[in-house]
Design a binder for this molecule. Structure first.
Ligand code: GDG
Length: 500
């Protein structure tokens, strides 16, 4: 990864590690589950630099210095040159609540995932003024403090849309890139957000913005148009006020080698034994209403009802580390899932067979890889997902052919054609896909799997980072030389930045 001559400054709300105090008084360092951290952590371990994030672990776990910094990961087996600086920010509980639970997750998240009915637009102004704006200012201040000439600033995700402009105001010539991890919705949804123009002004001050898919980039450009920007779908850029930005698609990949090669010491066999060698269908998702977990469970039940010969021969494992428990929608969904699963297991299961095993805890990555390897079928059926890394990790972790059932609304379905694609809301279709997956002839399974593995291996995490950072260098150079002028058609000088 080329971070230019200076250092890399990553900024995101999610932190890659948290520290917690145990009862014996010792402090433990834990990975934080989530797509953004899975993607950026290996990058930072390679390049070093500073990662600025909100500290969500125990406040009394005294690991940071007076600047709020700690070198991570502080696992004993990790050498110094594979660590980097994590700088933790702290906010008052009220402010953080309005920023994180309020603006980020009760306004932007539902709107951007096309669940406008779950958005609290009534309080948007309050969440903005008392949470989103002040917290984005704090993040930007931390970036400016860490910044030295030549550094690369890489801003991540929807929590921090205002940071590029706030940093640009202080450091006009900084190299700033943004990566957006969630979908960008059509104007009909985005346009509902009262501070829509301010969000776009915040982003437009970066040199380059990346999203997972071309269709999200096009939605963003059209939304910019809706807010009065000039936009161009050929050069993939828009101009709002004085700021011009390039917008491109970079489908995020996974660290193929890591998932392929991690040694699990045969733990997958123990897992299979635990489930009495039945066919295993696996779902793994951070808990979220966008992940389609209740619908998935309903489809699995339908499959068992329609195919009684498979009763006692198949089991579903659903691993769902809880997240955002402070938001009532998440609590409600958790209760609904618990009820549905225990009722079904009670009615269908017996002392030898639990049809659905549900886990609300996260497990270390190595154990997760063993779970991926123990499964016969990966069942990944989000209602809408920017990319979905689980689908790619399942492929990378399994050398032996498996079958992936994938929602057509997961961003990854654009690349992973050889999966069985389903509409997650059509439970008959998903039930049929489970049957097809289990009965798929070995030859077809192998052929599809090899192609899926080839794609996930080629379009991996490091090629994603290289493409993004290479383009960021170019966009920044063009901006610095004032040559980035996609809207200079009048002068016949249209400048389109393209990768060579
Ligand atoms: C956002 C976007 C986009 C899950 N359980 C455990 C565990 N995980 C890890 C998985 C995977 C990550 O969490 C989840 O990533 P996803 O991509 O599936 O979903 P989001 O968290 O919603 O991520 C998404 C992503 O950002 C990246 O841009 O793809 O669309 O919503 O890496 O492995 N990890 C461990 N234990 C668990 O129990 N260690």
């Amino acid at each position: 990864m080329d971070g230019g001559q200076g250092k890399m400054i990553v900024v995101s709300n999610a932190e890659p590690y948290k520290h917690e105090s145990r009862d014996d008084g010792k402090t433990v360092c834990k990975e934080v589950e989530g797509g953004l951290t899975t993607a950026m952590n290996p990058q930072m371990r390679e390049t070093g630099g500073v990662w600025i994030a909100y500290g969500r672990g125990d406040r009394d776990a005294e690991v940071v210095n007076s600047e709020g910094e700690v070198s991570v990961p502080d696992f004993p087996d990790v050498p110094e040159d594979k660590r980097y600086t994590l700088k933790r920010l702290d906010f008052s509980p009220e402010r953080y609540d309005k920023f994180y639970r309020g603006y980020a997750n009760r306004v932007l998240w539902p709107i951007f995932h096309s669940f406008p009915s779950k958005a609290d637009l009534e309080r948007e102004g309050e969440y903005w003024a008392e949470g989103y704006l002040p917290c984005n200012r704090e993040y930007a201040r931390a970036v400016v403090e860490a910044y030295e000439p030549g550094d690369t600033v890489w801003v991540h995700d929807y929590h921090l849309a205002l940071v590029p402009k706030l940093v640009r105001d202080e450091v006009p010539d900084a190299k700033i890139g943004v990566f957006w991890h969630i979908p960008w919705p059509p104007w009909e949804n985005f346009g509902k957000v009262p501070h829509r123009r301010r969000i776009l002004e915040g982003l437009a001050a970066a040199d380059l913005m990346g999203l997972h898919l071309e269709k999200y980039a096009n939605n963003l450009l059209r939304c910019a148009g809706g807010c009065g920007a000039r936009f161009d779908l050929d050069s993939n850029s828009f101009k709002l006020g004085e700021e011009e930005i390039q917008v491109e698609a970079y489908p995020l990949g996974v660290d193929f080698e890591f998932f392929n090669e991690t040694e699990t010491d045969g733990e997958e066999l123990d897992i299979r034994k635990m489930y009495k060698d039945k066919k295993l269908v696996l779902g793994v998702d951070r808990q979220d209403y966008t992940k389609g977990i209740p619908e998935r469970i309903r489809a699995f039940k339908k499959f068992l009802r329609k195919n009684p010969t498979y009763q006692e021969k198949i089991a579903m494992v659903q691993r769902t580390p809880t997240s955002r428990t402070e938001i009532s929608e998440y609590q409600k969904e958790k209760n609904e899932i618990n009820r549905g699963v225990s009722e079904f297991n009670g009615n269908f299961g017996n002392h030898d067979w639990t049809p659905i095993s549900l886990f609300w805890q996260g497990i270390p990555q190595k154990k997760l890889i063993a779970e991926y390897r123990a499964a016969d079928v990966g069942l990944v059926t989000p209602g809408l997902d920017g990319m979905n890394l689980v689908s790619k990790e399942f492929i990378a972790a399994n050398e032996e052919p498996k079958v992936l059932i994938l929602s057509e609304f997961a961003g990854s379905s654009e690349q992973l054609d050889e999966a069985i694609h389903v509409n997650p809301y059509d439970s008959d279709q998903v039930a049929g896909a489970i049957k097809k997956a289990i009965e798929m002839p070995e030859g077809e399974k192998k052929e599809r799997w090899e192609e899926l593995r080839r794609k996930v291996k080629t379009e991996d995490l490091s090629s994603w980072a290289e493409n993004f950072l290479g383009d960021l260098d170019r966009a920044h150079r063009l901006h610095s030389m004032a040559e980035f002028a996609p809207f200079a058609q009048e002068a016949g000088e249209k400048q389109v930045m393209r990768r060579n």
